[in-house]
Write a protein that binds this ligand. Structure first.
Ligand SMILES: [Zn+2]
Length: 305
């Protein structure tokens, strides 16, 4: 899904919530108005509200009306109590008191809207820990710190970066997956939709798409294309399937580049990508549109032991 789908989904969620609260209040009022005394008070209250509005507009006093309103309210409250209801039951109980579940205040997104969006985005991201961030990285060496700096610069230039791909190569334990995950998390926090996948799982999905009936292929592929950010972790670790892995990966990279979507890849392979995946994939990864990062160095996990 892309951002637009998510916004629509949140808008629909809020509309449903608002309608539920309003219907519940209306049903309680309908029930209370079955009591004749209550109904009479209610109709008096409504005309008072109207008259008070008129007087306020004309600058006339409303004191008497005000006190009659208070009397009505307490009489209604007593009647409601007999019906096992409270005055609150007649008022829509919105879950967000700031925007009354409209999602917007003064034309701006309400906090509840942003939170609901973030929840959908992180639920769909497949990221294992959505609290990670480049700011929380404690670099274990200067290479890691350099990469953090480059990523922060990249992040601050979004969405006007000329390179929509990021390719990080380096040995096991250099921390490349962690750093790319932090970068993806920071994009998630800026409301980009993110999909994290291991190369192994991606390859299995390619096979599934390949074997699926024609009418299902596009739907299965759509999610990989539409996400704003796709992270492919550990490219080269999968067992390649003939006529599948290269074809689908090449398609995926091309279409995402054409759609100006961000694709982040980590791999133990550097230029050996060419030997393993051939020229077409190599030229897409090692292109002008890719931010290439090499993380040489010893295996940090071994170093610590
Ligand atoms: Zn709100």
């Amino acid at each position: 899904m892309d951002k637009k789908d998510v916004f629509q989904q949140v808008q629909k969620q809020m509309e449903d919530k608002r309608q539920r609260a309003e219907t519940k209040a209306q049903l309680a009022l309908d029930f209370a108005c079955k009591n004749k005394d209550f109904a009479l008070l209610e109709s008096e209250r409504r005309s008072l509200v109207f008259d008070m509005g008129k007087n306020l507009f004309l600058g006339k006093p409303v004191d008497k009306m005000q006190s009659r309103m208070e009397e009505i309210a307490s009489q209604q409250a007593l009647l409601l109590e007999q019906m096992a209801l409270s005055p609150d039951d007649l008022v829509p109980q919105y879950s967000c008191k700031v925007c009354n579940d409209k999602g917007f205040v003064d034309g701006k997104k309400c906090k509840c809207f942003v939170q609901a969006t973030n929840k959908i985005l992180s639920d769909n991201s497949n990221l294992c820990d959505t609290n990670l961030s480049l700011d929380s990285v404690v670099a274990k060496n200067s290479t890691q710190q350099d990469v953090v700096d480059v990523f922060k610069k990249y992040l601050s230039a979004l969405p006007k970066v000329p390179k929509c791909n990021v390719f990080v190569t380096g040995g096991t334990g250099t921390g490349k997956t962690h750093l790319v995950t932090c970068l993806a998390n920071d994009l998630l926090k800026q409301n980009y939709s993110v999909l994290f996948t291991s190369s192994f799982n991606l390859n299995n999905l390619f096979l599934q798409i390949h074997l699926a009936p024609a009418y299902q292929k596009n739907a299965l592929f759509a999610n990989l294309l539409s996400t704003d950010v796709l992270v492919i972790d550990d490219l080269g670790s999968e067992n390649k399937y003939n006529n599948v892995t290269e074809e689908y990966l090449c398609n995926l990279l091309s279409e995402r580049m054409a759609g100006k979507k961000y694709t982040f890849i980590t791999s133990n392979l550097g230029k050996q990508i060419q030997d393993v995946y051939g020229d077409r994939i190599y030229s897409r990864i090692f292109s002008q549109k890719t931010l290439l990062i090499n993380m040489p160095g010893k295996d940090l996990r071994v170093e610590r032991n």
